[in-house]
Design a protein around this ligand. Structure first.
Ligand code: XLS
Ligand code: MG
Length: 346
């Protein structure tokens, strides 16, 4: 693998969040989109991720003409800044229509809303020169098992993805699985589920996935194995690196913050699969700690990238030959220590 291979990075406007949680109000004053774009450039990131309503605020209240005008204005702003739009994701978890799910809502009118909104999201993406839609299926699941027919819900999900694929012949869809929160149990909890769903759609080669480290950890999985699995299918089209301390709420901690070794193994998996070589970006779906003062607002992003790049070095200087010998001898105790010593900088 050529050592000079470099990565390109991005984040979303929501990653410069204001500190609100279910138990308290914001702790930092709200900032404009332009301020966030300025910070992204200052930090040297190459692209920005969007929800449809990050790109066109209050999208549901606007006419198609208004949406088109605002999306084009944004495209100009991004071009002037030299920043690409990496993905656009329909925000399908805020509107009253999506209280009990978007694509898998029991009410046909609500499912229609979700599909219409997703088509509009595709229109926005195209106007931003972006061909990748991310589906974080936030409310596709149940609070209690008996409230929905999980078999039918698979059909609903396929119908929705098919409607999107049909809407635009070039668009690609990356499904971002998460096992729970806000739902008790989600229908597409892992990469295996996402890729299996892709096979049921009208054009499986245009349906792939996005791995978020914390989501894999919440499913009890190692994100590095999820990366290798997705890459074996050529389906890892985007990536949300972050960290998570055990099975609790989705923490979106800085990359490597909770478990450096798990982070190292994700980087090794990305390296061996040459992630990024086909234009994919490394995104950090991280949030500042609620305690963060406004003057330290971007540190979680800078630190995540710094840790990532340090771990790329660690992956490239990993003592492969020594490790291979220990594997051959089945001396996993020594292998375990070799990894720790390497990470500690022996
Ligand atoms: C969930 C994310 C979410 C998606 C994009 O983890 O923060 O916003 O990544 O919709
Ligand atoms: Mg995410």
């Amino acid at each position: 693998m050529p050592k000079e291979r470099t990565y390109r990075f991005c984040f979303g406007p929501w990653n410069l969040s204001e500190g609100q949680d279910p138990y308290g109000p914001p702790t930092r004053p709200a900032q404009t989109f332009d301020w966030k774009l300025g910070k992204l450039r200052e930090l040297g990131f190459e692209a920005m991720m969007f929800h449809d309503d990050d790109a066109v605020p209050d999208v549901d209240s606007k006419t198609d003409a208004q949406v088109a005008r605002e999306a084009r204005e944004l495209r100009k702003k991004l071009r002037d800044a030299g920043v690409a739009a990496e993905i656009v994701a329909p925000r399908l978890w805020f509107d009253p229509h999506t209280i009990d799910g978007a694509y898998t809502n029991n009410d046909a009118r609500c499912r229609r809303y979700a599909i219409d909104r997703s088509r509009r999201c595709i229109d926005i993406a195209k106007m931003l020169d972006c061909d990748l839609i991310v589906l974080w299926l936030a409310r596709e699941g149940s609070y209690i098992r008996e409230s929905k027919n999980a078999r039918k819900c698979v059909d609903y999900l396929v119908e929705a993805v098919d409607a999107m694929l049909e809407h635009d012949p070039k668009i690609r869809i990356a499904i971002e699985p998460k096992p729970n929160e806000p739902m008790d149990l989600a229908y597409i909890p892992t990469i295996g589920h996402a890729l299996a769903l892709a096979q049921l759609t009208r054009d499986p080669k245009r349906v792939g996935c996005l791995i978020e480290s914390a989501h894999a950890l919440l499913a009890g999985l190692d994100p590095a194995d999820e990366i290798d699995f997705a890459c074996a299918f050529g389906k890892l089209w985007s990536l949300h690196l972050n960290d998570q301390n055990g099975l609790k709420f989705d923490q979106d901690k800085p990359f490597g913050s909770a478990n450096l070794r798990v982070a190292f193994n994700q980087v090794r998996a990305l390296e061996r699969n040459r992630y990024g070589a086909r234009g994919e970006y490394v995104a950090f779906d991280v949030h500042p700690f609620r305690t963060t003062r406004p003057e330290h607002w971007t540190l979680h992003l800078e630190n995540s990238r710094r840790t990532f790049l340090r771990l790329v070095e660690k992956a490239r200087t990993y003592p492969e030959a020594e490790a291979r010998q220990l594997v051959a001898d089945r001396n996993y105790a020594a292998l375990d220590q070799l990894v720790l010593e390497h990470l500690m900088g022996r």
